[in-house]
Ligand binder design. Structure first.
Ligand code: PLP
Length: 407
């Protein structure tokens, strides 16, 4: 199977053609290889495949043609336009069953008892649960600090030699806080600390963490990369190809967090439209943030494209556009949040993000219902906070729906 090799200058051309190899039966799109295992012509071939002397698929937990195509496409997008030592940056991705599976592989392959992870306090809840409550059972401790304060980050990194990994998520869930990837990764690199960045909210179209000394990038592909809300998935991408092919691959296949052919197929086709989708999502988001910022029922808008957002400059430095995620606080608190959610007509009431339709959630009555008020407020999750993933509908319709629900 050959891959089209002509140099592509545009992101969409790469997103559409990158990673594709001609199917041996000349199908236009890579078909679904819905097969748990792959066969050998003879015992010798089986031996060559298992010993790694011959390339080829063995067992779908270990790899599948659809997973490989998705992995090549994501690697191509994350490295698009980045040069290192005079050559295009080469990356290797491993497709997973979910974002959390990719993050679990990341932790298991890099950390051991006695190690510590330094991370920012605004993180996706599942990642925080892993760092705060699950990893300590394996002797790995999390240090959760405000990494927007670079002096604080420097002093923590300097004072604790047990820190083995810096883990960042930017923009972060649900406050849309951003941390400085360049400065933090440079500080960590000086101390030989592994740097991992969750790029789910931004996508490689808006932000490429590998421009900086970042070792690993993670995505929940469930979100903007798939783009249509049709499948759960995740990916772990690394710049040390040998490490990705050895320790990372072995950890991934042994933990068993593999994807499946159908979800990989949906992801491959979703990713082809990433640029056009993100352009529309972001253009809509800018207009909606402006509308909300002056609305009398709204006390605060968290959107990194507004000059009032504390991380506006950091976001502008490292992102192509401010993104499609925002949150805002209603003056009427908990009852106001419930009333607003109930009045929505077109926009969708749900968690998750990154789909064609606009999604809204009210953390205090939904995702964070069981978290005590004081605990969630520490992270900016107030009673009246609404999280919004801005969709690709015509912006007038989104504005009309929000406007009538805010009345
Ligand atoms: N990272 C971020 C920023 C997320 O928002 C999520 C899920 O919402 C995850 C990771 C986990 O991804 P998944 O749900 O695909 O396991």
């Amino acid at each position: 199977m050959t891959e089209k090799k002509s140099p592509l200058t545009g992101f969409s051309s790469l997103a559409i053609h990158g990673g594709h190899q001609q199917d041996p039966n000349y199908a236009h799109l890579t078909p679904l290889y819905a097969s748990s295992t792959f066969v050998y012509d003879n015992a010798e071939q089986g031996m060559r495949r298992f010993s790694g002397k011959e390339e080829g698929f063995i067992y779908s937990r270990w790899g599948n043609p659809g997973f490989s195509e998705a992995e090549r496409k994501i690697s191509a997008m994350e490295s698009f336009g980045i040069m290192e030592n005079g050559s295009p940056l080469e990356l290797k991705a491993l497709l997973h069953a979910s974002g959390m599976a990719a993050i679990s592989t990341l932790m298991m392959m890099n950390l051991k008892a006695g190690d510590k992870i330094l991370t920012h306090f605004s993180l996706y809840g599942g990642t925080e649960e892993l760092i705060r409550n699950l990893l300590p059972a394996f002797g790995v401790e999390g240090i959760i600090a405000d990494l927007r304060d670079l002096n604080l980050a420097a002093s923590i990194l300097k004072s604790d030699p047990a820190i083995r990994m810096l883990y960042i998520e930017t923009p972060a869930n649900p406050t849309i806080q951003c941390v400085d990837i360049e400065e933090l990764s440079r500080m960590a690199r000086e101390r030989n600390i592994i740097v991992a960045c969750d790029n789910t909210f931004a996508t490689p179209y808006l932000q490429q963490p590998f421009k900086y000394p970042v070792d690993f990038v993670i995505h929940s592909t469930t979100k903007f990369l798939n783009g249509h809300g049709t499948a759960i998935g995740g990916v772990l991408i690394g710049r040390d190809i040998e490490f990705m092919k050895s320790k990372a691959y072995v950890t991934h296949k042994t933990l068993g967090g593999n994807s499946n052919p159908f979800d990989a197929f949906l992801l491959i086709n979703g990713m082809k439209t990433l640029e056009v989708r993100m352009e529309r999502h972001c253009a809509n988001a800018v207009q909606i943030a402006d509308f909300l910022a002056t609305h009398p029922a709204v006390s605060k808008v968290n959107y990194n494209g507004l000059a009032s957002h504390p991380d506006y400059e950091v976001a502008a430095k490292q992102m192509r556009h401010p993104g499609a995620m925002m949150s805002f606080e209603l003056k009427k608190g908990l009852p106001g949040g419930i009333e607003f959610m109930n009045k929505l007509r077109m926009c969708t009431r749900t968690v998750s993000l990154g789909t064609c339709d606009t999604l809204l959630s009210h953390p205090a009555s939904m995702t964070h219902y069981s978290v005590p008020k004081e605990a969630r407020e520490k992270y900016g999750i107030t009673d009246g906070l609404i999280r919004m993933s801005v969709g690709m509908e015509n912006v007038e319709d989104i504005l009309n729906d929000l406007s009538q629900a805010l009345e």
